[in-house]
Design a protein around this ligand. Structure first.
Ligand code: NAP
Length: 382
């Protein structure tokens, strides 16, 4: 049995991972980590009886100690001590946001088996993390469905790769005229046509920032140049991505959209576990592919540009400004159309002199977030 630590256990990916792990006998969940969803965490502690619990909001520890006194608790900066524990064999990073970046670094630094869902890690610290992974001979196993698809298709054939074809659902506004974008409400944006995910990633799918992040993630993860990453809108969401080899052959990974599949693959590869619902080509009838509309979805274009200039680490700006914008949009403080306007302005203002030191990224992210809030306050209603 391998001891697994689930960072983000109370979230959408974390809960799915627990469900899959509980069905098998390969893993013992030795630790869980979350932010503030105390009721879900209590439920999980009762079910899993973990040895370790990390709570980002320290105030909750006393309450948990009363209920579960034998657990060893961690908070704030002590996450590194938890990841470093010698009885932690495998780390799943399913934290949302920039809180996930340093934990990825520590998991690789301490040479743990490592599966990554947290997008921000590679978007903000792609070079640092992939360099360290190479040095420490650690494989970063992707959980994101597109990256898992590419990973499954490559399967030992990386040297023949010509390009990857990253599929995108197009989100809920694929067919909405750009003129209508100013009227998009949070309720409309939270309704993804195919995937059921956490709020942040759902809004990012609606703006296609999410696909932009995935371009950057894929670039680092599979060591690609920007011209080797093609984004294709595929509204049926059954082809989760594909790879094209030098002889023109294309191999795609296809299945019904269900995040449990890439999570299970990350946990059990090269083995596969049984899923009841299967994809039927006949039921689907036809598959469609189209170019993304980069004028409508400016954030995708911006992320592609950011990866072209990857030495500048613009992913840090995109990620920090987007996190603030999505939060404000969810609180009805800015309009849907303000999100790209604000992020573009932040890039113009802070494009130069970004850090590539892992321990400075957090502070820089915080600085950019503060500047984004200031910009929002200054330009409210533009
Ligand atoms: N959901 C998907 O289908 C999907 C697909 C591909 C990639 N991803 C990526 O996977 C990551 C997780 O996504 P999700 O949808 O599972 O998110 P989610 O449902 O919002 O869950 C996020 C998890 O992170 C915890 N968390 C939030 N802020 C934290 C902090 N400051 N410190 C420590 N823990 C914190 C949350 O704890 P509380 O519950 O206590 O707040 C929760 O356990 C994201 O980076 C996302 O982009 C998700």
């Amino acid at each position: 049995m391998e001891n697994i630590l689930i960072l983000g256990s109370t979230g959408s990916i974390g809960q799915n991972a627990i469900e899959i792990i509980k069905k098998g006998s390969k893993y013992n969940i030795i630790g869980i980590a979350f932010n503030k969803n105390i009721s879900k965490a209590i439920e999980q502690i009762k079910l899993l009886k973990p040895k370790y619990v990390y709570v980002a909001k320290a105030d909750y520890i006393e309450q948990l100690k009363q209920l579960f006194p034998t657990i060893k608790y961690f908070t704030q900066d002590a996450l590194v001590d938890l990841i470093a524990k010698s009885d932690v064999d495998f780390v799943i990073n399913a934290f949302v946001g920039s809180a996930g970046i340093l934990p990825s670094y520590y998991a690789i630094y301490y040479k743990k088996k490592f599966a990554l869902a947290n997008k921000e890690s590679l978007v903000v610290a792609g070079k640092i993390l992939t360099d360290l992974a190479k040095k420490n001979n650690i494989e970063i196993i992707p959980i994101d469905s597109e990256h898992s698809a590419i990973y499954q298709c490559l399967d030992g054939k990386r040297q023949y790769l010509n390009k990857i074809i990253l599929t995108a659902s197009g989100g809920p506004f694929r067919q909405t005229d750009k003129e209508q974008f100013a009227n998009i409400t949070k309720e409309m944006a939270l309704h993804h046509p195919k995937w059921n995910m956490g709020a942040k990633i759902t809004i990012d799918s609606a703006t296609m920032m999410n696909k932009g992040f995935e371009v950057i993630e894929a670039g680092w993860l599979f060591d690609l140049e920007s011209h080797q990453i093609e984004v294709v809108v595929h509204k049926e969401c059954v082809m989760h991505s594909a790879v094209e080899f030098i002889d023109g052959s294309i191999i795609a990974q296809m299945a019904l959209p269900d995040m449990k599949l890439p999570i299970a693959y990350a946990l059990y590869k090269p083995h596969r576990i049984e899923f009841k619902n299967k994809l039927s080509f006949v039921d689907i009838g036809s598959l469609t592919f189209e170019k993304p509309d980069l004028e409508k979805f400016e954030l995708l274009a911006l992320a592609q540009e950011a990866f072209r200039k990857k030495d500048k680490n613009l992913g840090l700006l995109l990620n920090a400004a987007d996190e603030v914008c999505v939060e404000h949009f969810l609180e009805n403080k800015i309009k849907f159309t303000d999100i790209p306007k604000i992020i573009k302005q932040i890039i113009v203002d802070f494009e130069d002199n970004l850090s590539n030191n892992i321990f400075e990224l957090q502070a820089q992210t915080q600085m950019i977030k503060t500047q984004t809030i200031k910009l929002i306050e200054k330009t409210r209603g533009f």
